[in-house]
Design a protein. Structure first.
Lengths: 113, 885
């Protein structure tokens, strides 16, 4: 199982932005959502996404607000800002280009070279 | 992303630090609880779930630290840490901290004081709207290169509609008014101005109204605007003063306005009453009668150079049309700011600022040297910190923080010192001169000055703290830990830097000393100038008889004859005399003259002489030596032969090798009056001790009565002792007249020369500071060098070196540094002192004697500073030294 530290920092940021773009959520929710969407292929260490969250907030890509959680506790909810939406678009394109490139390289067979 | 978002994010994190921490805790706790709850729901034992959560979360603290860093907080956390550490370090090493702080306080204090001058007089804008469009205009005598006042006729010509100027306003040189009061008439400083003067400046009276355009036409009713301070002192700040009629120069005048409290126009100086005045038709005709000062406002967007070109073209036209009065007369136009700058000795202020910068650099150098010494003791500490994983950048930052804190501490004390310094400077400016300075000469340490001081301290702290910090770190990176003790012989690189610093500071000190030496010598030269008369025991005062009652010249003559007779009889008055012009009071423009029997010179080449109507006793009162012929007597009357007395310079210029007595001159090209030279007197300095001798012409007050005269009394009494009796004498002749502008001759000389004296004195103070600091600097370096060479010296002595050998070894080292510093300094001074030329009187900016004396002094002081540690080194017992190691 991959550890988060092996996940490229930019990738974690991208995953967070994507999760938050679907609906405002708290940190634990984001973590569960990433695991769920990746069908548990991506495991993120508890707590490790907070520095990333703070960083993204610092950069103005997401915004935090306190709200009620499903079990009636105060929790900090993050949502995407306009700048975040823009960034998500750009990053997604970058990611797609990168992964297509990587796949292209990895799929190469001796005949093609 | 956006810089703004990051900035506000950091800012809000900083300002609500506690809240951020609480929120972070709450958020992480929520996460943990939710995780544990989910685990329990999935059937994990609560105990086990909690354990898993803790494992999964890992080190919560480092996680939080990462979050803080993400918020840009780490920098600040570390800063606080560094500051705390710096404070602890400085407290621990109190002797170092105190010496360094004191040194810096001297440097920063001197700097701040002078910067407050620069700020108030050079940087602050003038307090008028669009002040940069205000220009000051003079007539320029192109032959003599001298500026003079402007004639009303010329001014009227300039006023013709043109695309360059919004307007012109003239005022009369040094006016004053006699104000009738319930008791004695009072003389009040004032100014006579064109009605649009205040409008042109963009100043409105705080109360009442401005002059109307019609009020400076002939025959208009008298009106006046008062200064705020005069309104307060004489009218108790009563608003009902507006509309009141006061009697001024013998005619009724209505007060129409009160100026704002802070209004000041340094070109006019002190003025309590402002009155509009009309040009008489004679003034409008006579272009040779130049009696106006002129200020003008150029139109928005018009360059001063273009405005100047317009006026110069106009002056050329006037030269052709009116050669009799305007030949070789050009115009001088410059921003008002420039004129005020000249008045406030801007050049001298800037030179002082430069010098005080050198003093600061010397102080910083000393402190840097101290830091090097201190760093030597801390290498081990640094090495340990590096070894256990502190980042180099981090350590460097910490050392720099410490240095900057030290400099800021120095700046704090420096500013306290400057508060006193500024007071000292402001108090050294005589009251009489303050009104001619921007902001009335008030100096204060305001926000810009404070910002400047602390910015300078922080900057010098970074610059001068950098090398010691770097050195500390570099040595620590090397082999500090391996060394057994701290007594290694001088670390090569740092020792070289230290020596370079000492050379640098000695050279700076030399520059400061040379500047101070030159100025002091110049001041002494100035004071050794013979003014040409006995300056001690002379009391002077002014009387201006108004046109209204004294249009008849016979009455003027009778008034002064009568008055002097009475004053002469007063007790303690040795001699009473009067003169239209007295030394060290600003003068008239003199007069042109024509020698009989010689062809009249072409227009514009008429010789000129200063000129004064005097009473016969003027010679005795002043103690003026008579060289040939005779002075005036009471028998030189309007109906007797017209006689003139000339001074030596005029005699030598016009009649070299001849006897001037009996020569005849006229004072106007077509004048019918012919004056016969009756005597020659010694030259007298008229405006300033520094002026070259000029031609001077005296006439008898009975043959040339003047309404404005100065009383000149040779007396053992002081101004306060004599002025009451003189006032009584004046009112017994005419009860409506006032005597004013009292001052001893010595005071007048002092006022004329005081700017040079202040500059020289301030410079000497800086030179003393520079000398002391340089001595401390070289003492420090040599002491350090002796301390670190103890073992070497011990070995030398053990091998038979005598005390003399050790002394000469150490002194030789000091001498080498000193000589190198002197050489660099001399080169620097040689290049730099040229900027002093304008301040020097009869002293070359490269005066050999000054350069040599000052170098000798500095070398001597440096050697003494080296001798102390050298003596100590020579005195130590080699056995102890070696055993100590």
């Amino acid at each position: 199982m991959k550890k988060t530290s092996d996940l490229l920092q930019g990738t974690l940021d991208l995953l967070i932005l994507k999760s938050v773009s679907l609906q405002p959520m708290h940190g634990y929710g984001i973590l569960l959502r990433i695991q769920q969407l990746s069908q548990d292929r991506l495991q993120i260490q508890q707590g490790s996404l907070y520095p990333a969250l703070y960083r993204l907030e610092h950069r103005g890509l997401i915004k935090a607000e306190w709200g009620e959680s499903e079990n009636n506790r105060r929790a900090k909810y993050y949502r995407l800002t306009a700048a975040g939406r823009q960034q998500l678009k750009v990053e997604t394109q970058n990611w797609n280009r990168l992964s297509a490139g990587v796949v292209g390289v990895l799929d190469a067979s001796p005949e093609e070279v | 992303m956006s810089f703004r978002s990051r900035f506000t994010s950091t800012l809000s994190a900083l300002s609500r630090r506690q809240r951020l921490e609480n929120e972070m805790d709450a958020e992480l706790r929520f996460h943990m609880d939710a995780y544990v709850a989910d685990q329990v729901r999935m059937g994990v034992d609560p105990e086990e779930a909690n354990r898993r959560a803790r494992v999964e979360f890992g080190a919560v603290e480092s996680l939080k630290e990462e979050c803080r860093e993400a918020r840009g907080l780490r920098f600040f956390d570390e800063l606080v840490q560094d500051l705390r550490y710096a404070a602890r370090g400085l407290r621990k090493n109190l002797a170092f901290t105190m010496i360094a702080t004191l040194t810096l306080a001297l440097g920063v204090g001197a700097n701040t004081s002078i910067f407050s001058l620069v700020n108030a007089w050079v940087l602050q804008p003038l307090p008028y709207p669009d002040a940069d469009r205000l220009v000051d205009i003079h007539t320029l005598d192109k032959k003599l290169g001298r500026r003079s006042s402007v004639s009303a006729a010329d001014l009227e010509d300039w006023r013709a509609p043109n695309p360059f100027f919004d307007g012109f306003a003239g005022w009369r040189d040094s006016s004053s008014f006699t104000l009738a009061t319930a008791t004695v008439p009072e003389q009040v400083d004032g100014a006579q101005v064109n009605a649009d003067f205040f409008r042109l400046l963009g100043v409105r009276p705080a109360l009442g109204r401005d002059f109307s355009a019609a009020e400076d036409t002939p025959g208009a009713a008298g009106v006046a605007i008062l200064s705020d301070s005069f309104w307060r002192s004489h009218f108790g700040a009563d608003p009902a003063t507006l509309g009141r009629s006061i009697e001024c120069n013998g005619r009724p005048v209505t007060v129409v306005g009160i100026l704002p409290p802070d209004f000041l126009f340094p070109l006019v100086g002190r003025a309590s009453m402002w009155m509009p005045f009309a040009f008489s038709s004679a003034q409008r005709q006579d272009r040779g009668n130049r009696f106006l000062q002129v200020v003008a406002r150029v139109k928005p967007g018009v360059d001063v150079a273009r405005a100047r070109a317009y006026l110069e073209a106009s002056a050329l036209r006037l030269e052709q049309s009116y050669p009799a009065s305007n030949k070789d007369r050009g115009v001088l136009i410059q921003p008002v700011r420039e004129t005020i700058g000249e008045q406030s000795q801007r050049d001298a202020v800037l030179i002082l600022f430069g010098i005080v910068g050198c003093v600061l650099l010397i102080a910083c150098t000393n402190v840097a040297n101290l830091m090097f010494g201190r760093a030597a003791g801390r290498q081990k500490e640094m090495a340990v910190r590096l070894a256990i994983g502190a980042g180099r950048f981090r350590l460097m930052r910490q050392l720099l923080t410490e240095n900057v804190v030290l400099f800021l501490l120095g700046a704090t004390f420096g500013v306290l010192l400057a508060m006193w310094g500024v007071k000292w400077l402001a108090n050294s400016i005589p009251l009489e001169l303050r009104e001619f300075l921007p902001n009335a000469g008030v100096l204060k340490i305001d926000l810009p000055v404070l910002l400047y001081s602390f910015a300078v301290a922080a900057l010098t702290g970074l610059v001068f703290g950098f090398a010691p910090a770097l050195n500390c770190l570099r040595v620590a990176l090397g082999d500090s830990l391996k060394e057994s003790g701290s007594r290694t012989s001088t670390g090569g690189a740092s020792s070289r830097v230290k020596k370079a610093l000492v050379v640098f500071e000695i050279s700076l000190a030399l520059i400061v000393l040379v500047a101070s030496g030159l100025l002091t010598k110049s001041m002494l030269r100035m004071y050794s100038v013979d003014p040409g008369f006995q300056t001690k025991g002379l009391v002077t005062a002014k009387i201006s008889l108004p046109d209204s009652e004294y249009a008849d010249k016979a009455r003027v003559e009778a008034f002064f004859a009568n008055l002097l007779e009475r004053v002469q009889r007063l007790p303690r008055v040795e001699t009473a005399a009067a003169s239209q012009v007295i030394p060290f009071v600003n003068i008239n423009n003199g007069t042109g003259y024509f020698v009989e029997g010689r062809p009249a010179p072409p227009f514009g080449e008429t010789p000129r002489a200063g000129f004064a109507a005097v009473t016969p006793d003027y010679l005795t009162a002043l103690g003026l030596p008579l060289l040939h012929g005779r002075f005036f007597t009471e028998q030189d009357r309007a109906d007797s032969t017209l006689v003139a007395v000339i001074n030596r310079t005029m005699a030598q210029r016009e009649w070299p090798g001849e006897d001037p007595i009996g020569q005849r001159i006229r004072l106007g090209r077509n004048s019918v009056k012919i004056w016969t030279v009756a005597g020659v007197v010694q030259d007298v300095k008229v405006t300033d001790l520094k002026e070259p001798p000029e031609a001077q012409l005296y006439l008898s007050y009975r043959q040339f009565p003047m309404q404005t005269m100065y009383l000149v009394l040779r007396t053992s009494a002081s101004v306060t002792e004599i002025s009451g009796d003189v006032r009584k004498a004046v009112s017994s002749v005419d009860k409506n007249q006032a005597v004013y502008d009292w001052a001893t001759m010595e005071k007048r000389i002092m006022l004329a020369e005081v700017p040079d004296v202040i500059v020289a004195r301030t410079m000497s103070l800086f030179a003393a500071i520079a000398l002391i600091l340089a001595a401390i600097g070289i003492y420090g370096v040599i002491s350090y060098s002796v301390a670190s060479r103890r073992r070497e010296l011990g070995v030398r002595m053990a091998l038979g070196a005598g005390i003399g050998d050790v002394l000469s070894l150490i002194l030789g080292q000091g001498l080498r540094l000193t000589l190198l510093g002197l050489a660099v300094g001399l080169a620097g001074a040689f290049a730099a002192t040229r900027v002093l030329s304008s301040l020097l009187f009869q002293v070359s900016p490269r005066d050999f004697v000054t350069f040599a004396t000052v170098s000798g002094l500095l070398a001597l002081v440096a050697l003494i500073a080296c001798y102390v540690p050298a003596r100590r080194a020579a005195g130590t017992d080699p056995v102890t030294t070696l055993r100590y190691e």
